[in-house]
Design a protein around this ligand. Structure first.
Ligand code: SF4
Length: 442
């Protein structure tokens, strides 16, 4: 007689916030899959719904609370985790029926809460660890989290309060994870953390032995070099311009790491940077960017800026625009300053009125859109490598080395129906607009 396997409880997941949170969601789901749970793509089929929240901005908190409300209305059996877990009282006051609330990175607790709420009957047939991690990102690119937490105390940010000081993963463990991802089809590794350039500081940059011989040092450059040897694109996010960042630029020139740096500068005016308490706030950034471009001419620099920070004067803002005009960054995102509950910046004097924030935001976006359009226009006629994300009909969309998924631009291809997601192809660029490129496989 055939063995009848017990029904596996099904877990639904709503994941909010940044790519780092998405990595946490993947880990939680991977652990639950390994424990024998099945996944449900909708509320109706789930025995339990996990909501992985973001608490970075007040607007993100509202979005998280809305998501919890929706999950309760649609399913009723809800466990909350993630950054908003710090505010368990607020959540419980609004949603008394929530089954459990756990904080960011409390994998054991959240998995334990699922076991308690939807126990699983032990079965030798089901308790298998899956071959590879369950991924929420498309198969051809993967986020690789190298550390958690942050040693800085930027005055507008509550991440250190939510996530604690820097804790780096061992470089050999990161490399093993990256090898598995590449073996499973990943063509692009997106290195993330709160502060990638600080990687290994807490490990005192110690070296660790590698399985196949040799060793790896726990610092950004050595890690990037090893990752670069796996044959996938390697993209570095959240890098602060410390002096040692100069050492990764030659790896870009060698083709080991993508010529791409995501550096959240946030501002340029010295008095604003000081009030923000930004790390690596040094005056010679423009000169260094010029040097980086001498070594790796195609380097694309992406950054984010805050306009209307408390105390930002018209002169500070003009300084920022002038700086941007000279820096000619490839990709720029901007935010109007928004006080976040618990952030030190809220208590600073001279808050900027909303209409002035709006006006400055519009001026900054206009300038950076023009620079972006000029830089993209200069690529018309070139042949560039492009990674394919989606194929539909006769066309495809992908990204050049200068474009990270979800936050940067795209390359739209014609005559490309024969390609598949994850292919890396040479593309002749035929046209450009403010954000995107258009081309044809070369
Ligand atoms: S570097 Fe600053 S903004 Fe980034 S996580 Fe740390 S404290 Fe927050």
């Amino acid at each position: 007689m055939a063995t009848i396997l017990p029904e596996r409880p099904k877990v639904g997941m709503v994941s909010l916030g940044c790519p780092k949170n998405l990595v946490d969601s993947e880990r939680i789901l991977t652990k639950l899959r390994a424990d024998g749970y099945a996944m449900s793509p909708d509320y109706a089929g789930a025995d339990i719904v996990l909501v992985n929240t973001c608490g970075f901005l007040d607007s993100a908190k509202e979005e998280s609370l809305d998501a919890i409300g929706e999950a309760i209305a649609e399913n009723g059996r809800v466990i909350v985790t993630g950054c908003m877990g710090k505010e368990a009282e607020t959540i419980r006051a609004r949603f008394p029926s929530v089954l459990a609330v756990t904080g960011a990175h409390q994998y054991e607790q959240v998995v334990g809460a699922v076991h308690e709420a939807a126990p699983i009957a032990p079965s030798a047939y089901l308790d298998l660890v899956p071959e590879r991690d369950l991924k929420l990102t498309p198969r051809h690119y993967s986020y690789l989290k190298i550390s958690e937490g942050c040693n800085h105390r930027c005055s507008f940010c509550i991440i250190p309060a939510l996530r604690g000081d820097l804790v780096s993963r061992r470089p050999d463990a990161i490399l093993r994870e990256a090898e598995k991802l590449v073996a499973a089809g990943t063509r692009e590794l997106l290195v993330i953390s709160q502060d990638t350039s600080a990687y290994g500081l807490d490990l005192r940059h110690a070296s660790y032995p590698l399985k196949g011989g040799g060793e790896i040092r726990s610092d950004m450059t050595d890690l990037a070099r090893h990752l670069g040897q796996l044959g996938a694109w390697v993209r570095l996010h959240y890098v602060y311009p410390y002096p040692h960042v100069d050492r990764v630029i030659p790896l870009m020139a060698e083709g080991l790491v993508l010529p791409y740096l995501d550096i959240p500068f946030q501002h340029a005016a010295p008095s604003v940077l000081k009030a923000m308490k930004r790390p690596a706030n040094e005056a010679k950034v423009l000169e260094r960017i010029a040097r980086w471009r001498d070594i790796a001419p195609d380097i694309a620099i992406r950054s984010t800026f805050v306009v209307g920070f408390p105390g930002e004067t018209e002169a500070d803002f003009d300084y920022l625009l002038q700086w941007l005009e000279e820096a000619r960054l490839d990709r720029v995102g901007a935010f109007r300053f928004e006080p976040v509950e618990g952030a030190a910046a809220n208590d600073l004097p001279n808050h900027v009125p909303e209409e002035i924030k709006e006006e400055r935001y519009a001026r900054l976006m206009e300038l950076t859109a023009r620079i972006s359009a000029e830089k993209l226009d200069a690529k018309v006629g070139r042949i560039l490598p492009v990674i394919i994300d989606e194929v539909g009909g006769d066309g495809a969309t992908g990204r050049s080395q200068a474009d990270a998924p979800e936050i940067d631009g795209q390359v739209h291809l014609r005559d490309a129906g024969h390609l598949a997601p994850g292919d890396i192809v040479q593309v002749e660029i035929e046209d450009a607009d403010e954000h995107d490129l258009f081309g044809v496989p070369a």
